[in-house]
Design a protein around this ligand. Structure first.
Ligand code: ADP
Length: 236
């Protein structure tokens, strides 16, 4: 089909927006251990995707490569149609700060900072003024059911509450993609389910895509799409 002249820049003639995040033919080997073996994956804007698979199948490596934490040996990563795999360390760290949000297994909150200060941290690092960052952090804490707990230190929060602070922290600077690596792995089943629901709701509200690595199949089933990995490959 001939190209029309009408689509907006970056939008193909078919009218579909490019995926917000795409990895193509990604390979990664640690010493002799092949962790990724030609993985291709596309994440749509605002889409929530679970990456599941047995331990050692390459899930975390894929997440780290897509997030620009770890360089792949081969393949391409694009954010909104722009190659990001060729950026240097400074460019990748800027990207992680401005475009991505992260939620890890055990919150990784700064112990000496209050819930509100923890949630405000990425915004402060991105250059948002302190009053504005603190106000936005408070709003997100409220949306995540943490009203009145903003002055608490991480040690004064339950595991589920701490994870919700981590979710607020991941969302405040309006990233286009949130990466979550076993975000409920340290929580009991019920709190895990509630935390995942809070993450998905909050991401939907801010329009962020979510990539969740988990080995919990039931949890993965609560997301609209599941990608299964085995031996460094995506199972089709
Ligand atoms: P998963 O997240 O599915 O458990 P990983 O991506 O952590 O899988 O690991 C994929 C493979 O790469 C495994 O065989 C693992 O042992 C290996 N691996 C992961 N990280 C390292 C590392 N830093 N050094 C050496 N081997 C690693």
């Amino acid at each position: 089909m001939a190209q029309t002249e009408f689509p907006a820049p970056g939008v193909p003639a078919g009218g579909l927006a490019p995926p917000v995040l795409a990895g193509r033919d990604l390979s990664k080997t640690y010493d002799t251990q092949r962790a990724l073996d030609g993985v291709t994956i596309e994440i749509g804007q605002g889409e929530a995707v679970a990456i599941v698979g047995p331990s050692g199948s390459g899930k975390s490596t894929l997440l780290h490569v897509l997030a620009g934490i770890l360089p792949a040996d081969a393949g391409e990563v694009s954010l909104a149609g722009r190659r990001i795999d060729q950026l240097g360390e400074a460019g990748r760290s800027e990207l992680r700060r401005d475009e991505f949000g992260f939620v890890f297994q055990s919150g990784m909150l700064v112990a000496e900072l209050t819930a509100q200060e923890n949630a405000a941290l990425p915004m402060l690092l991105s250059g948002v003024s302190r009053p504005s960052a603190m106000a936005t952090a408070l709003e997100w804490l409220g949306r995540l059911g943490l009203s009145g707990k903003d002055k608490r230190l991480p040690g004064e929060l339950s595991g589920g509450e701490a994870q919700r602070v981590a979710i607020a922290r991941a969302l405040g600077h309006r990233p286009s993609v949130i990466f979550a690596d076993e975000p409920t792995g340290a929580l009991d089943t019920r709190t895990g389910r509630e935390t995942m629901a809070a993450l998905l709701d909050a991401a939907r509200e801010s329009g962020a895509a979510v990539v969740v690595v988990t080995h919990d199949r039931e949890l993965a089933d609560s997301l609209p799409r599941t990608v299964v990995m085995r031996d460094g490959k995506v199972q089709r």
